[in-house]
Design a protein. Sequence first.
Length: 457
Amino acid sequence: MSGTDEEWMRLALQQAELAALDGEVPVGAVVVKNGQLIATGRNAPVGQHDPTAHAEVAALRAAALALGNYRLDGCELFVTLEPCAMCSGAMLHSRLKRVVFGAADPRTGAAGSVLNLFSYQALNHQTEVQGGVLADECGKVLQTFFKPRRVNMNPVRDDAVRTPEACFADLPDYPWAPNYVSDLPALDGLRVHYLDVGPQDASTTYLCLHGNPAWSYLYRTMIPVFARAGHRVIAPDLIGFGKSDKPKKDAFHTFGFHRQVLLELVERLDLRNVVLLVQDWGGILGLTLPMEAPVRYQGLLVMNTILATGEQPMSAGFLAWRDWCAKNPEFDVGRLFSRGNPHLEPAQWQAYNAPFPDKGHRAALRAFPPMVPEFADSPGAAISRRAQAFWQHDWTGKTLMAIGQQDPVLGEPTMRALQKVIWGCDEVMLLPQAGHFVQEHGEFIAQRALAFFGAND
């Protein structure tokens, strides 16, 4: 077939639109020889983790394979956006006959906007270049893609702060893309972050709830084990922690608010066949969730936590922790983890500091220790007593318990008391080297959990 420049550019636009659907900057390209289409390409640097994966480079590679020659003599390349210096150089090296682009690129264009590599007569090959073909249509595709990204669709509430994304750059063993939701009724515009790893249609979902002062980073060694076995893993950051928004005032944080956010998140994501993983505040809150929708839950992995019913005195270790937090409100979170987990590398324990770059981000760290329901009339105590009745009489799922025997906050007697509350909690893992944050021995625990709850979908 033969075609006009406009017709070939429309084919390139189709490639650009496919790139946009993949979340890539919408640039598309086609290579033509003797009036025949021989190759197409579209932007994919994000998806391929490759800075060279521009539309033009993809099209050149495909054309070279199709022709069996890296020299593309007599070929013409049509691209929706003026090529950059990298792509222009590749075009010259491939000995293209002609390059035709749509919209100009005033920031990085190397075919006349910022510079014109094609104008250098000293080069050993000359490629004809022409711009402006369907420029308006090509530009509109880019404008449509970038417009919603230039508008802040999730502004931070005036009474909250949001940890800069740069604080989370290059954290070890935490490669997962973030997910956010801000329209849950309880959030009232705050933004909560969660990890969502593994297939959405998996037959089992592991819901991993962290405590104070941790965040979803705590589950980094367990998530890959579950995902490799074909399961889905959801690991949210409580409001005030991790990548979630952080209200500025300590008084904002209440038992009822945080519980309601978790209930609404489970409903929003429509989680089913859930194995619930809880530890610390992840248990204080999380153990009150299944009674509201028992059909969603099939298993429980409970680790160093309590049901705070207000009926029993707090452990001496917890009271000491609460008092220490009150006296040391600016404590180094990372060093706390390093003291209890000497096997951690510095980059690993320092990652726990990432969400809290200054004291303005630390309201939750100050609020959570005194928020544990201590007395029968404390906020959250009545709900916890109702949950206790559920676990004693109505729970029909499987339960696995893991106890970090070096825990200075709760200790094994506290966990043994909880074991008596939960019906069918007969399987117990004792971890002699683990402290309060047992997830730092998570790979072993996750493997045991797979065997206990079922390793495969």
